[in-house]
Ligand binder design. Structure first.
Ligand code: FAD
Ligand code: NAD
Length: 466
C-alpha cells in the first residue's frame, strides 16, 4: 500500500491548489479525482466555461448593438452556436491540461478514480479498471458541490436543466425560464439573452442577487431589462414539468396566486449543495452539519484531527477563490505555519454586463448591526472613460465608518467591476479610510477613478466630477 504525507480528495480549485502548496512545502502528496480531467466544477463546468460563453456572447451582442454607434458597420452577422461551444470546450481543455502539467511539475501523484474512506488513514480509490488502497498521514476533503433542486422539479437534463447542461446547448432556446435570480441564472441567462432567447426570471426574493447590497440588484435589473430579460420577483417556484418540446414551470406570487410559465427550456439555479455522496465518511468518523456540509473548526479541521475539509463542501461562500485560499491555508497549517484568511474580505463577482462586484459589509448588514456609516456614490455616466467606451450603466458605492472613515464595504456595478474590486480589497485589507483612497493618484482616464470619486464623496461629499 503506497503511503503519502497528505492526500487530497477532489481536484477543484480547493483541492488542486492545496495539493500544489503541500508539494511546495515538501509533503509527499496525492490527489484523487473521480473524473478524467482535473480542475473540478470551476474549470470543467463552472467559472471558466461560463466566462468563455459570456465573453463570446458579449462580442456578438456588442457587434449587433454597439458597433454601429462606434462607426463600424457589419452585414450578415450571425451566431454559430456549435463553434461558440467548441471554443468554450477548447478553453476548458487547455485550462484542465494546465492543471495536469502543474501536478507533474510539482510531483503530485494523481489517482484517477472515486475516493472513499476505509478508515481515518486509508482511502480506497476505485475506477473502471482498478481498486487501490492508499495510506495517508493527513487527508484533505475537497469534494465540492452539486446543483440543488426542489423535490417537485425533476432535472431531466434535456428540457429541465442545470448549469452543466446550459453550457452545452445545441440550440439557442426560444424561451428560457430561469428558476432563481441568483448568480448562475443571471450569468447564463445573459448568455442566451444576448444570443436572442426570450428570458424569464422567477425569483423568490424581492430582488435579484438578493444576498448582495440591495442597490446592486436594483441597478442590475434595470440593465438586464434593457437586454430584454423579464423579471418576476416575489415568485416562489413550486414545480416544473417537461414534455418533449416544452416546459411548464409553476410559481406562487406574494398573494398566494398560482401562476404557470411556458417555455422550451428551464434552467434550475437554486443554489448548490455540498457533495459527499459515497465518500463513506462514517468509516473515518467525520461528521456533517444539518445542511450536509462537513463540520470544521476555525482551522478547517474536522472532528477527526488528521482530516481537514475545504471549499464548497464546508461553510462559507461557494466561490473558487475562497476554496483556493482554504487549500493554501490547510497546507501551510500542516507545515507548522500560521496562515490566516480574512473571510470578511472575500470578494463576490457576477459576470453579467455591467459586471457586479462587492466586498465587505452591505448597507443592509450595517443597518442590522446598528453601525454608524456614511455612503459615497459615483455614477459611471460621470466617468470620461465609461463614456468613451459607451459603458455608462452603474455606479460605485462606498460605505465608510462615520467617525473613523474606515472603509466597511465597496459595491460596484459597472464596466470591469470584477477587476476594479481588487483595489477595494487591498485597501480594506490594510484598513484604509475612504480619504486614503481619495488622496491616491489614479490614472486618467480609467474606470478606477470612479472608486476614488466615490471615496471623495464618502469622505466629505467632495467628489470632483458630480
Ligand atoms: P469543486 O470545484 O466542485 O471540485 C470538487 C472535485 O471533487 C470535483 O472534480 C469532483 O469530481 C471531485 N470529487 C468529488 N467527490 C469525489 C470522490 N469521492 N472521489 C474523487 N473525486 C471526487 N466561483 C467563482 O469564484 N467564480 C466564478 O466565476 C464562478 N462561476 C461558476 C459558474 C458555474 C456555472 C458554477 C456551477 C459555479 C461557479 N463558481 C464560481 C463556483 C465554483 O465553481 C466553486 O465554488 C468551486 O469550484 C469550488 O471548488 P471546490 O474545490 O471546493 O470543489
Ligand atoms: P444562488 O444562491 O446565487 O441563487 C439562487 C436564487 O434562487 C436565490 O436568489 C434565491 O432567492 C432563489 N430561490 C430559492 N428558492 C426559490 C424558489 N423556490 N423559487 C424562486 N427562487 C428561489 O445560487 P446559484 O445561482 O444556483 O449559484 C450557486 C452558487 O454557485 C452560488 O452560491 C455561487 O457561490 C456559485 N457561483 C458563483 C459565480 C461567480 O462567482 N460569478 C457564478 C456562478 C455560480
Amino acid at each position: 500500500m503506497e503511503k503519502f504525507d497528505v492526500t487530497v480528495i477532489g481536484s477543484g480549485p480547493g483541492g488542486y491548489v492545496a495539493a500544489i502548496r503541500c508539494a511546495q512545502l515538501g509533503f509527499k502528496t496525492a490527489l484523487i479525482e473521480r473524473y478524467n480531467t482535473l480542475g473540478g466544477t470551476c474549470l470543467n463546468v463552472g467559472c471558466i466555461p461560463s466566462k468563455a460563453l459570456l465573453d463570446s456572447s458579449e462580442h456578438y451582442h456588442n457587434a449587433s448593438t454597439s458597433f454601429a454607434p462606434h462607426g463600424i458597420e457589419i452585414k450578415g452577422l450571425k451566431v454559430n452556436l456549435p463553434q461558440m461551444i467548441k471554443r468554450k470546450q477548447d478553453v476548458v481543455k487547455q485550462t484542465c491540461d494546465g492543471i495536469s502539467f502543474l501536478m507533474k511539475k510539482n510531483k503530485v501523484t494523481v489517482f484517477q478514480g472515486f475516493g472513499s474512506f476505509d478508515s481515518k488513514n486509508t482511502i480506497k480509490v476505485k475506477n473502471e479498471k482498478t481498486e487501490n488502497l492508499i495510506k495517508s498521514d493527513k487527508i484533505i476533503i475537497a469534494t465540492g458541490s452539486k446543483p440543488f433542486s426542489l423535490p417537485s422539479i425533476a432535472i431531466d437534463k434535456k428540457r429541465i436543466i442545470t448549469s452543466t447542461e446550459a453550457l452545452e446547448l445545441t440550440e439557442v432556446p426560444k424561451h428560457l425560464i430561469l428558476v432563481g435570480g441568483g448568480v448562475i441564472g443571471l450569468e447564463l441567462g445573459s448568455v442566451y439573452a444576448r444570443l436572442g432567447a426570450k428570458i424569464t426570471v422567477l425569483e423568490y426574493a424581492d430582488s435579484i442577487i438578493p444576498t448582495m447590497d440591495k442597490a446592486l440588484g436594483k441597478e442590475l435589473q434595470k440593465s438586464l431589462t434593457k437586454l430584454g430579460i423579464e423579471f418576476y420577483l416575489n415568485h416562489k417556484v413550486t414545480g416544473a414539468k417537461a414534455s418533449a418540446k416544452e416546459v411548464i414551470v409553476t410559481a406562487e406570487n406574494k398573494e398566494g396566486k398560482q401562476l404557470s410559465f411556458n417555455g422550451d427550456y428551464c434552467l434550475v439555479a437554486l443554489g448548490r449543495k455540498p457533495y459527499t455522496d459515497n465518500l463513506e465518511l462514517e468509516k473515518a468518523g467525520v461528521t456533517k452539519d444539518k445542511s450536509g456540509k462537513i463540520e470544521v473548526n476555525e482551522q478547517l479541521q474536522t472532528n477527526i484531527p488528521n482530516i481537514y475539509a475545504i471549499g464548497d463542501v464546508v461553510k462559507g461562500p461557494m466561490l473558487a477563490h475562497k476554496a483556493e485560499e482554504e487549500g493554501v491555508f490547510v497546507a501551510e497549517l500542516l507545515a507548522g505555519q500560521m496562515p490566516h484568511i480574512n473571510y470578511n474580505l472575500i470578494p463576490g463577482v457576477v459576470y453579467t454586463w455591467p459586471e457586479v462586484a462587492s466586498v465587505g459589509a452591505t448597507e443592509e448588514q450595517l443597518k442590522t448591526n446598528g453601525q454608524n456609516f456614511k455612503v459615497g456614490m459615483f455614477p459611471f455616466k460621470a466617468s470620461g472613460r465609461a463614456r468613451a467606451s459607451m459603458d455608462t450603466d452603474g455606479f460605485v458605492k462606498v460605505l465608510a465608518h462615520t467617525d473613523t472613515d474606515e472603509i466597511l464595504g465597496v459595491h460596484i456595478i459597472g464596466p470591469r467591476a470584477a477587476d476594479m474590486i481588487a483595489e477595494a480589497v487591498v485597501a480594506m485589507e490594510y484598513r484604509a479610510s475612504a480619504e486614503d483612497i481619495a488622496r491616491i493618484c489614479h490614472a486618467h482616464p480609467t474606470f478606477t477613478e470612479s472608486l476614488k470619486e466615490a471615496c471623495l464623496d464618502a469622505t466629505a461629499k467632495r467628489a470632483i466630477h458630480i
